[in-house]
Design a protein around this ligand. Structure first.
Ligand SMILES: [Zn+2]
Length: 118
């Protein structure tokens, strides 16, 4: 079996051993929880990736282009297809609105499915 017990985070010695769901350092008696499920956490992270209409991942600071006209609540005008939005910020907004961005009509929450990475 490979030795995959991490070094003690407190004293950095490596005589550590697992005990239940914790690791224990016999040198300084430090105990700390084993990091189980870190792969699950990564999977969670991956599933939260916000993708544009073409399935490309979007990131904070990206610029994007609208792929359809969007009516804006409270505004008399429409965000036109082809409008460019800059400096997007990924958010967890209501109704699947997951992109906060600056548009010609001000700062708005949009859905990534109506955007195409510029
Ligand atoms: Zn230690």
């Amino acid at each position: 079996m490979p030795h995959n017990t991490p070094a003690c985070p407190q004293c950095t010695l490596e005589n550590t051993y697992p005990d239940g769901d914790h690791f224990i350092c016999p040198d300084c008696s430090f105990e700390w929880p084993q990091q189980e499920g870190s792969e699950d956490a990564q999977a969670d992270e991956a599933s939260k990736v916000v993708r544009d209409a073409n399935g490309n991942p979007l990131a904070d600071g990206d610029a994007a282009i609208l792929i359809k006209d969007l009516k804006v609540k409270g505004a008399s005008s429409v965000l036109k297809k082809g409008s460019k939005v800059k400096g997007i910020r990924l958010v967890d907004g209501p109704d699947g609105h997951n992109v906060d961005c600056k548009t010609d009509l001000g700062s708005l929450l949009l859905k990534s499915e109506f955007l195409k990475k510029a």
